[in-house]
Design a protein around this ligand. Structure first.
Ligand code: CAA
Length: 257
């Protein structure tokens, strides 16, 4: 089967992964999720990759799980679903992941965008969890991540009615950090990735982990984790370099140690 995504090394430190099933609005087949998980594993293992941008097409980031494939899977198939392993890999990817969303991000597509650390959306982006219209409900984190991202009332409305929200609503609610013109979405996401790629990799990794902790832990535990992570970084050479570069009024060169 042809590959369902393309990978480009845009510049040192940044990978761009583009979903490529335009004929089905990038609907997430098992193959596509597996290839995405493989690419994220490769990006994680590569010390020269410091941030990843995930994009779709101009019409759709991704229109959800592939409904045709979903229809062929029964209860046992869902219980033994290999997609779970792919979602776990995406969840635990430990480098910055930025979603550049043009057009539809629906169902599993919205859930995929919410696995990213930062979402940049075009003015024409639509975020929704329409599973209720199929007689099902979100199953890749939609009920949990959406509620944390946009609050209870809007999450309930989106999940129970299936109606999408537009990019500006998503930004006001906190789901999206920036809204761009459609032709600039990927470029802006790459700029942010480039910015992050210049920072100290260990600090970025631990800061990401600490921020994600805030989603699922109480304040005291989160603060304890933050303190431990902050302390660990005191042993890094990049911390010495950052402080020295500030004092010498020059740009630091971080090596990831
Ligand atoms: N799965 C499979 N194929 C899909 C698809 C999906 N999720 N979404 C779109 N497609 C296909 C269409 O079947 C169509 O293919 P054909 O040309 O072969 O008929 C092609 O993509 C283009 O789609 P449309 O003609 O429907 O395009 P449109 O512009 O008229 O409508 C849309 C766009 C509103 C996004 C509409 O395609 C749509 O409603 N798609 C389904 C969205 C959805 O319900 N997503 C949730 C899936 S369930 C899920 O995601 C659960 C989970 O992860 C756990």
């Amino acid at each position: 089967m042809p590959l369902t995504l393309a990978v480009e090394f845009i510049e040192p430190g940044v990978r761009l992964i583009t979903l490529q099933r335009p004929q089905a609005l990038n609907a997430l087949t098992t193959q596509l999720l597996g290839e995405l998980a493989d690419e994220l594993n490769a990006a994680q293992a590569d010390p020269d990759t410091r941030a990843v941008v995930l994009a779709g097409s101009r019409k759709a980031f991704a229109a959800g799980a592939d409904i045709k494939e979903m229809g062929e899977r029964n209860l046992v198939g869902i219980l033994n679903d290999p997609r779970q392993a792919s979602w776990q890999t995406i969840t635990h990817f430990n480098k910055p992941l930025i979603a550049a969303v043009n057009g539809f991000a629906l169902g599993g597509g919205c859930e995929l965008a919410m696995h990213a650390d930062i979402i940049i959306a075009s003015e024409d982006a639509r975020f929704g969890q329409p599973e209720i219209n199929l007689g099902i409900m979100p199953g890749a984190g939609g009920t949990q991540r959406l509620l944390r991202a946009v609050g209870k009332s809007m999450a309930m409305q989106m999940v129970l009615t299936g109606d999408p929200i537009d990019a500006r609503q998503a930004q006001r609610a906190g789901l999206v950090s920036e809204v761009t013109q459609p032709e600039l979405t990927v470029e802006r996401a790459l700029q942010i990735a480039h910015n992050i790629a210049g920072k100290a990799p260990l600090a970025v990794r631990l800061a990401k982990e600490a921020l994600l902790k805030a989603m699922d832990t109480d304040l005291a535990s989160g603060l304890r984790f933050e303190r431990h992570a902050f302390t660990v970084l005191a042993g890094s050479r990049d911390r010495d370099e950052g402080i020295r570069a500030f004092q010498e009024k020059r740009t630091p060169t971080f090596i990831g140690e």
